[in-house]
Design a protein around this ligand. Structure first.
Ligand SMILES: Cc1cc2nc3c(=O)[nH]c(=O)nc-3n(C[C@H](O)[C@H](O)[C@H](O)COP(=O)(O)OP(=O)(O)OC[C@H]3O[C@@H](n4cnc5c(N)ncnc54)[C@H](O)[C@@H]3O)c2cc1C
Length: 457
């Protein structure tokens, strides 16, 4: 498969002629390992400002050009196709003169020779190396995890395997009730499987939602036919006589029928290559604010494989921010520093609106503003510390999520907005207009506290 793509790219290059390969001047060699979202975004940014600085070579373990991994969930749910989620088709690589090795995993980085070596022996020399190898799903060491029908959820191959299983099998168990697990569960349910989610914590998405929002989510998903085993731990996976998984046994002894088990119990940064090459790795390849390895300044790392100030991010937005900064340094413009990101969470299940950001659990020294309209399924919780918004957890009406995120990020004082804050930006603006001195006041008030709209099922 790898050779096929390479040949296709070479053919397009040949068609485009020598100019597509850049000028005759000797360029620096940039090699990228990992053809995923963070790495390719970095290349896009680099090509905008320094299109002729490098000869670029990309190795991708998957046999596909760069695609929008986050949209695998809509693909699983039958709402999009694989073709629709490709971000950079082959002609994009060809147009930029990029040598693309698809279906080729790099197995070694030789820092002394400045060469990377792929599994099939292909080598590429680098002046600068960009590692963007992402993460691998964490598969808990459960008895039976090697059985047929047990998979994780990371890439196109996993998604296709789930779609195939849903055609021929009936019972799925998803291990992990976080974002990924719930998106997998929803997709499999949409495809007609009966699905149970096993989750260790007392409520779903416990790292992104508080108990109330998690309960509302379980209610909505339950109405759509999903089942949940909360506060539950998997003990083992049981085999059918044919060697396929047939059930999940929980530690309390319950058995859940399962001919498909999806592991969605977290991810681990892909750092084996970097570690073997002697780069410092601690929960990711340790990078500076310029996204360079602290061990070797020729080597950059972006995305889920990188640990910046102790954090390895698992969402696209911060990875794109890393890519932007990394690109300016690769371009030798030396602009900007990456200082970390404030992240927010959503769930891509059609008709379910939830949002959380910052320290939404609150605690000592914090004040909470709450709106809880259980009948319409709208819940909002804002957490203030001192005079600032530090966290938000929204369910059912997420319209103001980006605005709250902005307030959290900026750390702007919110005392003046306090009365309208829970009702959102429009309410705050209307209240401000009402409070303005005569002459600046609109003839009639435009503020009616927005009745939370019915969302969800
Ligand atoms: C189903 C799903 C839904 C998601 N939904 C969201 C969402 O809604 N919002 C959000 O922000 N994030 C979401 N994410 C997370 C998001 O997709 C990741 O944060 C993002 O893709 C990480 O980008 P990356 O470039 O670091 O890694 P990847 O996109 O994983 O790219 C890494 C690539 O490197 C390749 N690779 C690894 N090792 C080697 C090697 N040795 N040689 C060559 N190639 C190698 C891998 O095969 C992979 O293709 C979701 C993830 C999944 C799986």
């Amino acid at each position: 498969m790898g050779m096929c793509w390479k040949r296709a790219v070479d053919e397009v290059r040949e068609f485009l002629g020598p100019s597509s390969n850049g000028s005759a001047m000797k360029k620096l060699q940039l090699v990228m390992i990992g053809n995923g979202m963070a790495g390719v975004r970095t290349l896009e940014e680099l090509l905008k400002t320094a299109p002729d600085l490098y000869d670029i070579t990309v190795f991708g373990a998957e046999p596909h050009p760069n695609y929008n991994r986050i949209m695998l969930s809509p693909v699983l749910a039958g709402e999009q196709t694989i073709d629709e989620i490709v971000l950079n088709p082959l002609h994009w690589y060809a147009r930029h003169g990029i040598t693309l090795h698809l279906g080729k995993a790099v197995v070694r980085i030789d820092r002394a020779r400045r060469v990377v070596v792929a599994a099939d022996g292909t080598e590429a020399h680098y002046d600068r190396l960009l590692i963007a190898t992402g993460s691998t799903p964490f598969v808990p060491p459960l008895p039976g995890r090697e059985l047929e029908g047990v998979i994780s959820y990371r890439d196109i191959a996993d998604t296709e395997a789930m779609i195939d299983a849903a055609r021929t099998h009936r019972h799925a168990v998803v291990i992990g009730g976080g974002v990924l697990g719930l998106e997998a569960a929803n997709g499999l349910r949409q495809r007609g499987m009966s699905v149970t989610v096993v989750h260790l914590a007392a409520w779903l998405m416990d790292r992104q939602l508080d108990r109330t929002a998690g309960g509302l989510l379980a209610r909505t998903l339950g109405e759509r036919g999903l089942s949940f085993a909360l506060v539950s731990q998997t003990a083992e996976l049981l085999a059918s006589p044919q060697g396929r998984v047939r059930a999940v046994r929980l530690q309390d002894g319950r058995e859940l029928p399962a001919d498909l088990v999806v592991m969605a119990a977290g991810i681990r940064p892909n750092t084996a290559l970097a570690e073997a090459a002697g780069l410092l790795c601690q929960r990711g390849i340790v990078v500076t604010d310029t996204l360079q390895s602290v061990t070797d300044a020729r080597i950059y790392a972006v995305g889920e494989c990188a640990a910046h100030r102790g954090v390895a991010y698992g969402l696209v937005a911060p990875l794109y921010e890393q890519g932007q900064v990394c690109a300016t340094h690769l371009a030798e413009h030396g602009l900007g520093r990456y200082t970390g990101s404030q992240v927010s969470t959503k769930l891509k299940v059609t008709g379910i609106d939830l949002f959380s950001a910052g320290d939404f659990m609150g605690g000592e020294g914090c004040e909470e503003l709450l709106l809880n309209d259980l009948r319409s399924g709208v819940y909002k919780k804002l957490v203030l510390r001192g005079n600032r918004l530090v966290g938000a957890c929204l369910y059912g009406d997420t319209h103001d999520g980006p605005w709250y995120l902005d307030l959290i990020r900026s750390g702007r004082p919110v005392a003046a907005l306090r009365d309208g804050l829970i009702f959102g930006q429009a309410a705050c603006e209307s209240l401000a207009a009402l409070a303005a001195p005569a002459g600046n006041t609109p003839a009639t008030s435009t503020f009616t506290p927005r009745r939370p709209a019915l969302q969800g099922a």
